[in-house]
Design a protein around this ligand. Structure first.
Ligand SMILES: CC(C)(COP(=O)(O)OP(=O)(O)OC[C@H]1O[C@@H](n2cnc3c(N)ncnc32)[C@H](O)[C@@H]1OP(=O)(O)O)[C@@H](O)C(=O)NCCC(=O)NCCS
Length: 194
Protein backbone atom coordinates (compact mmCIF):
# COMPACT_ATOMS: atom_id res chain seq x y z
CA UNK A 1 0.00 0.00 0.00
CA UNK A 2 1.23 3.42 -0.86
CA UNK A 3 2.21 5.55 2.10
CA UNK A 4 0.32 8.84 1.83
CA UNK A 5 2.67 10.78 4.15
CA UNK A 6 5.72 9.82 2.09
CA UNK A 7 3.99 10.62 -1.20
CA UNK A 8 2.57 13.88 0.16
CA UNK A 9 5.87 15.16 1.55
CA UNK A 10 7.47 14.64 -1.89
CA UNK A 11 4.94 17.01 -3.40
CA UNK A 12 3.97 19.70 -0.97
CA UNK A 13 6.50 22.49 -0.98
CA UNK A 14 4.49 25.05 0.91
CA UNK A 15 1.84 25.03 3.60
CA UNK A 16 -1.21 27.17 3.51
CA UNK A 17 -2.91 28.92 6.39
CA UNK A 18 -6.23 29.10 4.50
CA UNK A 19 -9.06 26.97 5.84
CA UNK A 20 -8.92 23.74 3.88
CA UNK A 21 -12.26 22.28 2.90
CA UNK A 22 -11.80 18.74 1.54
CA UNK A 23 -12.82 18.09 -2.04
CA UNK A 24 -15.12 15.32 -0.86
CA UNK A 25 -17.14 17.91 1.08
CA UNK A 26 -17.27 20.83 -1.33
CA UNK A 27 -17.56 19.19 -4.76
CA UNK A 28 -20.38 17.41 -6.59
CA UNK A 29 -19.99 14.82 -9.29
CA UNK A 30 -20.50 16.19 -12.77
CA UNK A 31 -22.49 13.11 -13.73
CA UNK A 32 -23.64 11.06 -10.68
CA UNK A 33 -24.87 8.16 -12.82
CA UNK A 34 -23.66 5.96 -15.66
CA UNK A 35 -26.05 4.54 -18.27
CA UNK A 36 -25.37 0.93 -19.27
CA UNK A 37 -28.34 1.09 -21.65
CA UNK A 38 -31.42 3.23 -22.22
CA UNK A 39 -33.16 1.53 -19.28
CA UNK A 40 -30.23 0.50 -17.06
CA UNK A 41 -28.61 3.25 -15.02
CA UNK A 42 -25.90 2.85 -12.39
CA UNK A 43 -25.63 5.46 -9.65
CA UNK A 44 -22.44 6.90 -8.26
CA UNK A 45 -21.54 8.88 -5.17
CA UNK A 46 -18.59 10.43 -3.42
CA UNK A 47 -17.62 7.88 -0.77
CA UNK A 48 -18.26 8.45 2.91
CA UNK A 49 -17.39 6.19 5.84
CA UNK A 50 -20.52 4.12 5.21
CA UNK A 51 -19.05 3.05 1.84
CA UNK A 52 -15.90 1.41 3.25
CA UNK A 53 -17.48 -2.06 3.19
CA UNK A 54 -18.65 -1.56 -0.40
CA UNK A 55 -15.11 -0.66 -1.45
CA UNK A 56 -13.79 -3.76 0.35
CA UNK A 57 -16.37 -5.95 -1.39
CA UNK A 58 -15.30 -4.60 -4.79
CA UNK A 59 -11.61 -5.12 -3.96
CA UNK A 60 -12.20 -8.75 -2.92
CA UNK A 61 -14.03 -9.53 -6.16
CA UNK A 62 -11.33 -7.85 -8.26
CA UNK A 63 -8.20 -9.14 -6.53
CA UNK A 64 -8.98 -12.85 -5.94
CA UNK A 65 -10.22 -12.33 -2.40
CA UNK A 66 -7.29 -10.08 -1.49
CA UNK A 67 -7.73 -6.48 -0.37
CA UNK A 68 -4.77 -4.26 -1.33
CA UNK A 69 -6.13 -1.74 1.16
CA UNK A 70 -7.74 -3.28 4.23
CA UNK A 71 -10.85 -1.97 5.99
CA UNK A 72 -9.02 0.21 8.49
CA UNK A 73 -6.81 1.72 5.77
CA UNK A 74 -9.88 2.60 3.68
CA UNK A 75 -11.71 4.02 6.70
CA UNK A 76 -8.66 6.03 7.68
CA UNK A 77 -8.45 7.45 4.16
CA UNK A 78 -12.10 8.51 4.08
CA UNK A 79 -12.19 9.80 7.68
CA UNK A 80 -8.86 11.57 8.07
CA UNK A 81 -7.09 12.09 4.75
CA UNK A 82 -8.39 15.44 3.57
CA UNK A 83 -6.69 14.97 0.20
CA UNK A 84 -8.44 11.67 -0.46
CA UNK A 85 -11.37 11.52 -2.85
CA UNK A 86 -13.23 8.30 -3.61
CA UNK A 87 -16.16 7.62 -5.92
CA UNK A 88 -18.23 4.42 -5.67
CA UNK A 89 -20.61 3.09 -8.34
CA UNK A 90 -23.68 1.03 -7.46
CA UNK A 91 -26.19 -1.03 -9.40
CA UNK A 92 -29.15 -0.38 -7.09
CA UNK A 93 -27.58 -1.50 -3.77
CA UNK A 94 -24.81 -3.61 -5.28
CA UNK A 95 -21.34 -2.00 -5.24
CA UNK A 96 -19.75 -2.51 -8.67
CA UNK A 97 -16.79 -0.15 -9.02
CA UNK A 98 -14.76 2.51 -7.28
CA UNK A 99 -11.89 4.89 -7.84
CA UNK A 100 -9.63 6.30 -5.14
CA UNK A 101 -7.51 9.41 -5.58
CA UNK A 102 -5.43 11.99 -3.77
CA UNK A 103 -5.70 15.62 -4.84
CA UNK A 104 -2.62 17.59 -3.79
CA UNK A 105 -1.39 20.93 -5.10
CA UNK A 106 -1.09 20.45 -8.87
CA UNK A 107 -1.54 16.70 -9.03
CA UNK A 108 -4.40 14.23 -8.79
CA UNK A 109 -3.03 10.76 -8.10
CA UNK A 110 -5.16 7.67 -8.72
CA UNK A 111 -4.50 5.27 -5.83
CA UNK A 112 -6.77 2.48 -7.05
CA UNK A 113 -9.55 1.76 -9.49
CA UNK A 114 -11.56 -1.43 -9.81
CA UNK A 115 -14.70 -2.76 -11.46
CA UNK A 116 -16.11 -6.13 -10.40
CA UNK A 117 -15.62 -8.79 -13.12
CA UNK A 118 -19.25 -9.13 -14.29
CA UNK A 119 -19.41 -5.36 -14.94
CA UNK A 120 -16.05 -5.00 -16.70
CA UNK A 121 -15.66 -3.80 -20.31
CA UNK A 122 -18.81 -1.70 -20.09
CA UNK A 123 -17.06 1.65 -19.77
CA UNK A 124 -17.43 2.07 -15.99
CA UNK A 125 -13.74 2.68 -15.20
CA UNK A 126 -13.59 5.02 -18.20
CA UNK A 127 -16.52 6.95 -16.73
CA UNK A 128 -14.83 7.12 -13.29
CA UNK A 129 -11.52 8.33 -14.70
CA UNK A 130 -13.31 10.96 -16.79
CA UNK A 131 -15.06 12.21 -13.64
CA UNK A 132 -11.67 12.52 -11.91
CA UNK A 133 -10.24 14.34 -14.95
CA UNK A 134 -13.22 16.74 -15.03
CA UNK A 135 -12.75 17.53 -11.33
CA UNK A 136 -9.01 17.98 -11.86
CA UNK A 137 -9.74 20.47 -14.65
CA UNK A 138 -12.04 22.46 -12.38
CA UNK A 139 -9.48 22.43 -9.57
CA UNK A 140 -6.68 23.75 -11.80
CA UNK A 141 -4.76 20.53 -11.43
CA UNK A 142 -2.01 20.05 -14.00
CA UNK A 143 -1.78 16.27 -14.21
CA UNK A 144 -3.46 13.03 -13.22
CA UNK A 145 -0.92 10.34 -12.33
CA UNK A 146 -0.93 6.68 -11.36
CA UNK A 147 1.19 3.58 -11.11
CA UNK A 148 0.18 0.29 -12.66
CA UNK A 149 1.76 -3.17 -12.49
CA UNK A 150 3.89 -3.84 -15.57
CA UNK A 151 1.92 -7.09 -16.02
CA UNK A 152 -1.49 -5.35 -15.92
CA UNK A 153 -1.94 -4.84 -19.66
CA UNK A 154 -5.75 -4.50 -19.34
CA UNK A 155 -5.47 -1.45 -17.11
CA UNK A 156 -2.57 0.00 -19.14
CA UNK A 157 -4.61 -0.29 -22.33
CA UNK A 158 -7.55 1.53 -20.70
CA UNK A 159 -5.30 4.35 -19.45
CA UNK A 160 -3.65 4.70 -22.88
CA UNK A 161 -7.07 4.87 -24.58
CA UNK A 162 -7.97 7.73 -22.23
CA UNK A 163 -4.79 9.62 -23.11
CA UNK A 164 -2.45 8.67 -20.27
CA UNK A 165 1.18 8.54 -21.35
CA UNK A 166 3.73 5.99 -20.20
CA UNK A 167 6.50 7.21 -17.91
CA UNK A 168 9.24 5.65 -15.83
CA UNK A 169 9.40 2.15 -14.44
CA UNK A 170 9.60 1.95 -10.64
CA UNK A 171 11.65 -1.13 -9.88
CA UNK A 172 10.23 -3.54 -7.28
CA UNK A 173 7.51 -1.03 -6.39
CA UNK A 174 4.86 -3.41 -5.00
CA UNK A 175 5.54 -4.41 -1.39
CA UNK A 176 3.99 -7.89 -1.52
CA UNK A 177 5.75 -9.36 -4.58
CA UNK A 178 8.20 -6.63 -5.67
CA UNK A 179 6.74 -6.39 -9.18
CA UNK A 180 7.79 -3.30 -11.12
CA UNK A 181 5.32 -0.44 -11.61
CA UNK A 182 4.84 1.68 -14.71
CA UNK A 183 4.13 5.36 -14.04
CA UNK A 184 1.45 6.86 -16.26
CA UNK A 185 0.41 10.49 -16.54
CA UNK A 186 -2.50 12.42 -18.07
CA UNK A 187 -1.71 16.07 -18.74
CA UNK A 188 -4.68 18.39 -18.25
CA UNK A 189 -5.14 20.66 -21.21
CA UNK A 190 -5.03 24.34 -20.22
CA UNK A 191 -8.50 25.88 -20.35
CA UNK A 192 -7.25 29.38 -21.09
CA UNK A 193 -8.62 30.79 -17.84
CA UNK A 194 -6.28 32.56 -15.45
C1 LIG B 1 -8.75 -2.25 -15.07
C2 LIG B 1 -10.25 -2.18 -14.73
C3 LIG B 1 -10.44 -1.21 -13.57
C4 LIG B 1 -11.01 -1.68 -15.95
O1 LIG B 1 -12.37 -1.50 -15.59
P1 LIG B 1 -13.56 -1.52 -16.66
O2 LIG B 1 -14.75 -0.94 -15.99
O3 LIG B 1 -13.68 -2.86 -17.25
O4 LIG B 1 -12.98 -0.51 -17.75
P2 LIG B 1 -13.76 0.03 -19.05
O5 LIG B 1 -14.94 -0.81 -19.34
O6 LIG B 1 -13.97 1.49 -18.91
O7 LIG B 1 -12.64 -0.16 -20.14
C5 LIG B 1 -12.11 -1.44 -20.42
C6 LIG B 1 -12.11 -1.68 -21.93
O8 LIG B 1 -13.44 -1.78 -22.39
C7 LIG B 1 -13.65 -0.81 -23.40
N1 LIG B 1 -15.03 -0.34 -23.31
C8 LIG B 1 -15.47 0.81 -22.77
N2 LIG B 1 -16.79 0.89 -22.86
C9 LIG B 1 -17.20 -0.24 -23.47
C10 LIG B 1 -18.44 -0.71 -23.81
N3 LIG B 1 -19.57 -0.04 -23.58
N4 LIG B 1 -18.50 -1.93 -24.40
C11 LIG B 1 -17.39 -2.63 -24.63
N5 LIG B 1 -16.14 -2.21 -24.30
C12 LIG B 1 -16.07 -1.03 -23.72
C13 LIG B 1 -12.66 0.29 -23.11
O9 LIG B 1 -12.37 1.07 -24.25
C14 LIG B 1 -11.47 -0.52 -22.67
O10 LIG B 1 -10.80 -1.07 -23.78
P3 LIG B 1 -9.32 -0.60 -24.15
O11 LIG B 1 -8.45 -1.03 -23.03
O12 LIG B 1 -9.05 -1.31 -25.40
O13 LIG B 1 -9.38 0.88 -24.28
C15 LIG B 1 -10.80 -3.60 -14.38
O14 LIG B 1 -10.35 -4.51 -15.36
C16 LIG B 1 -10.38 -4.09 -12.99
O15 LIG B 1 -11.05 -3.79 -12.00
N6 LIG B 1 -9.29 -4.87 -12.92
C17 LIG B 1 -8.82 -5.39 -11.62
C18 LIG B 1 -8.28 -4.28 -10.75
C19 LIG B 1 -7.18 -3.52 -11.46
O16 LIG B 1 -6.30 -4.09 -12.11
N7 LIG B 1 -7.17 -2.17 -11.27
C20 LIG B 1 -6.19 -1.29 -11.87
C21 LIG B 1 -5.14 -1.00 -10.85
S1 LIG B 1 -3.88 0.09 -11.52
Amino acid sequence: MKNFKEWFSDRVTKTTTKTFVPLSVRIRLDQPFYPLSDEWFLSSKIATEEDADSILTIEKLCYNGQTPWNRSAILHEIRFNKSAFYIVVFDKDKPVAFVGSWFVTHEAHITNIATIPEYQNKGIATYLLREIIKIAEKEDIKEVTLEVRVSNKTAQSLYSTLGFEKGHIKKGYYANDHEDALEMKYLIKPTGKE
